[in-house]
Ligand binder design. Structure first.
Ligand SMILES: NC(=O)c1ccc[n+]([C@@H]2O[C@H](COP(=O)([O-])OP(=O)(O)OC[C@H]3O[C@@H](n4cnc5c(N)ncnc54)[C@H](OP(=O)(O)O)[C@@H]3O)[C@@H](O)[C@H]2O)c1
Length: 325
């Protein structure tokens, strides 16, 4: 039996149930991993509340990111062995002391990346990689806007975009978060709960606006985000922490300057094994050379997971949160 956090009925943080479960031996192409840490992500709350439906039905084990050591190898697995240090982003199953995972989704950790760092960065950091290097290629001198700049994905985006030479503008929910974003590569911060963020972006960029806006907030920042983008610029809507964007008339993209808009997800960008490894290696490279640091600002015991979700949804966290089994 192993400890795990399951959802039997979708709902608020109170439906997160810490319990002992049976775990099967790894099957064809699978490995069993003793997890040292699991990442907490906003997407976990979407599954918990039923906004995203569980591919395995109910009950399901929550969590989409973790790191640990391989403790058993199933038939057909040739490139992993017992004792390997690994991490992965896999839909569901990560809030547990041990789990079985498909070997083709597993990434071996370089020695300089700890389990806790890996659990805090695989989903958020690989997301930052594809957003900045693939969805839209950020280059030196570009103006970029990140919403929730002091959040988990936000702090990584700010550091990485700064490293690429961009002029980084970030929205944040408090003065403390502004200071943290600034310490992590954000050149300009906007207190979007008090200030008109569109007016401030115009002012900061001298009217040129942004080449790209990375928006993980969704409903609350739409359509304002579109007014922050220069003609032919890119709107990247990659999340909905304030709720999903309602259906809109696509002609709005024409009236606001022939804009491009996309709603990407890591699953698509990392679907092929070669892309998964390339994205992970890029992340290991920037973290390895210290260009991007992974701030783990909240650590919880696995059994305290409901508090972790309350804090995340209550805007009380910064950087990454992890759970320790
Ligand atoms: N598409 C992908 O591939 C992908 C992958 C990973 C994450 N994501 C998305 O990226 C976003 C950030 O994820 P994360 O895990 O790093 O979370 P996070 O940014 O650490 O936490 C969410 C932050 O959003 C801000 N926020 C604004 N309005 C909010 C509201 N009504 N309720 C709660 N928070 C609100 C808060 O920051 P302030 O107080 O500063 O406003 C809060 O701290 C999420 O939307 C997530 O779904 C997408």
């Amino acid at each position: 039996m192993v400890a795990a956090v399951r959802v039997h009925k979708v709902g608020g943080p109170e439906v997160l149930t810490y319990e002992e479960i049976e775990l099967a031996a790894p099957g064809q192409g699978q490995v069993r991993v003793r997890q040292h840490a699991s990442g907490v992500n906003f997407i976990d709350t979407y599954f918990r509340m039923g906004m995203y439906s569980s591919p395995v039905g109910l009950p399901f084990i929550v969590g989409n990111e973790a790191a640990g050591e391989v403790i058993a190898v199933g038939p057909g697995v040739t490139d992993l062995k017992v004792g390997d240090r690994v991490a992965y982003v896999v839909a569901l199953g990560c809030y547990a002391a041990e789990r079985v995972v498909p070997a083709d989704r597993v990434i071996k950790l370089p020695p300089n990346i700890s389990y806790e760092q890996a659990a805090a960065m695989m989903l958020k950091g690989m997301t930052a990689e594809y957003l900045l290097r693939r969805t839209f290629k950020v280059e030196k001198g570009m103006n970029v806007l990140m919403h929730a700049a002091a959040g988990g994905v936000g702090l990584i985006l700010c550091q990485w975009a700064n490293y690429l030479g961009a002029n980084v503008i970030g929205t944040v929910g408090s003065k403390d978060k502004a200071a943290l974003a600034k310490a992590n590569g954000c050149h300009h911060t906007i207190l979007y709960r008090e200030e008109d963020f569109v007016a401030r972006v115009k002012e900061i960029t001298g009217g040129k606006l942004c080449d790209v806006v990375y928006d993980g907030i969704g409903n609350a920042t739409f359509p304002g985000s579109l007014d922050c983008i220069r003609p032919l610029g890119m709107f990247v809507s990659f999340g909905s922490s304030s709720g999903q964007i309602d259906a809109f008339n696509i002609n709005i993209l024409q009236t606001k300057g022939s804009l491009f808009a996309t709603r990407p997800t890591l699953n698509t960008y990392a679907a092929k094994r070669e892309d998964l490894l390339a994205i992970a290696n890029d992340l290991f490279d920037v973290v390895g050379k210290g260009a991007v640091k992974i701030p783990i600002n909240q650590k919880y015991a696995l059994r305290d997971v409901a508090k972790a979700h309350r804090d995340l949804e209550g805007r009380a966290t910064t950087g990454s949160s992890i759970l320790i089994p």
